[in-house]
Design a protein around this ligand. Sequence first.
Ligand SMILES: C[S@@+](CC[C@H](N)C(=O)[O-])C[C@H]1O[C@@H](n2cnc3c(N)ncnc32)[C@H](O)[C@@H]1O
Length: 275
Amino acid sequence: MLVYALPGTLETREADLDLLWEAGATGLEERGDQIRAYFDERLDLSGPLAGGEWLEEAEQDWQAAFKRDIRPVPAGRITIAPPWLADEVPAGQVPLIIEPGMAFGTGHHATTRLAVEALSALDLSGKTVLDVGTGSGVLAMAAAKLGAALAYGVDIDPQTIPVARENAAQNGLSAPQAQFDEGTLGQGQFTAPASHAVLAAQGYDVLVANLFAELHDLLAATYLEHLRPGGELILTGILEERLALVLAALEREGVQNVQVQQDGEWALVTGQKAG
Ligand SMILES: C[S@@+](CC[C@H](N)C(=O)[O-])C[C@H]1O[C@@H](n2cnc3c(N)ncnc32)[C@H](O)[C@@H]1O
């Protein structure tokens, strides 16, 4: 069994957990003051994942250990839980069931939680929501569960779309309430299918995007083209040190009522398109 041991805990290394899944980890657990990530092969892990140690260990049932340690994640009115903990979602919370590890967006990253909280703070009844960079589909599904009439998730990575569709099915959500397609915004063009064109023309009520600051800066004008007047913009994936870039972009585009939420080094920005 191959283990990559990184100093830190699931809490202190929270920002790196999805990076480990994306790098191909097949399981994660915390032991003492180390995070242990299980891999099928040795990789050259760099950036925030550098500094760990590769260990060859005797086989053990890591899946059992992982399942034992993972907990449901509350975010606003929603609690995100893996299928085997569905019964542990507290009464009064809206359950969102996501199989961990298949695409970014399990609720274990601060940006996902911040975005679900921001959606949760809105009255989404009957609203239309565009989720740019949907990953596991978590934000579109959260919007649908919070009453949106139509939540449309797009991702540039085609591998995420079947995962998002499977998650939606597991949550009893189907099109048009939660719908997923490969696509993106860019250069003033939306490369998603025709089903989106009508909504794009009249503008969504809410646009949520968990991407990164530089992309928000590039896409700010395009986001607004896809929102109706008065529509809500929710942007996250923003490191605190890059927040000024996003705030400047929103000011440039005349976004109103701009507010910032922070969780550790991560920020989320909300605002409204001028009415
Ligand atoms: C940080 S994950 C967010 C996943 C999920 N929405 C969440 O909040 O947990 C970013 C996702 O955006 C996708 N992505 C990156 N660049 C994109 C782009 N230009 N257009 C659409 N999706 C993009 C990635 O493939 C990835 O699935």
